[in-house]
Design a protein around this ligand. Structure first.
Ligand code: ITT
Length: 184
């Protein structure tokens, strides 16, 4: 099955292709301009992006909204992860957390599917972990160099294999793929 994925983020596409190939779902990237609403809810943003993408493409499409929620920073950068990454990147987050002992964080993703026939449907995924004390590794994208999943010792950027088996994106996309088998 072919499915359009509306995103300008090539890192998301690389990962999504690998995750969905074993479900025989083939991703086609659509880098179209979407207006992202301001909200503290990934789900609301994903639904809005899916509606816009479907309106533009006039075809079934998935979008994804994701973010890094850091406990000691009151869930910052959360739904603002893209803009914060562009402004201060991972080194800025490490500066904000210089003297912070509680390093708990969660990566969350919401995938939304929309088609001209039905209202958007969402699928979510999350991975708990901690923020490292320094940036490590060169794999992946975004905040991967400072995110250590679960009780591991390496960041996602140091060990992309860890990310491939357990990321927030993988969980959300696999839920979508299971649903798509019977519904698309
Ligand atoms: P699209 O909206 O075009 O899909 P985007 O990059 O703007 O792309 P988001 O609005 O979902 O996507 O922003 C999420 C940001 O969170 C993203 O730009 C990264 O900085 C960060 N992020 C999301 N998933 C990540 C991951 O798996 N690893 C590292 N950083 C991630």
């Amino acid at each position: 099955m072919d499915i359009a994925f509306a995103t300008g983020n090539n890192g998301k596409i690389t990962e999504a292709k690998k995750i969905l190939e074993c479900f025989k779902v083939h991703i086609i990237q659509k880098d179209i301009k979407l207006i992202e609403p301001r909200s503290d809810s990934l789900e609301k943003i994903a639904i809005e992006k899916a509606k816009q993408a479907c309106e533009i493409l006039k075809n079934p499409v998935i979008v994804e909204d994701s973010g890094l929620f850091i406990k000691s920073l009151n869930d910052f950068p959360g739904t603002y992860s893209h803009i914060i990454y562009d402004k201060i990147s991972d080194s800025g987050i490490l500066k904000l957390m210089q003297d912070v002992k509680n390093r708990s964080a969660i990566f969350m993703a919401v995938v939304a599917f929309a088609s001209p026939k039905i209202e958007p449907i969402t699928f979510n995924g999350e991975q708990k972990g901690t923020i490292s004390f320094e940036s490590k590794g060169s794999g992946g994208f975004g905040f991967d160099p400072i995110f250590i999943p679960g009780y591991e010792t390496q960041t996602w950027a140091e060990n992309p294999q860890l990310k491939a088996i357990s990321s927030h994106r993988k969980i959300a996309l696999e839920k979508f793929a299971e649903w798509a088998k019977d519904n698309i």
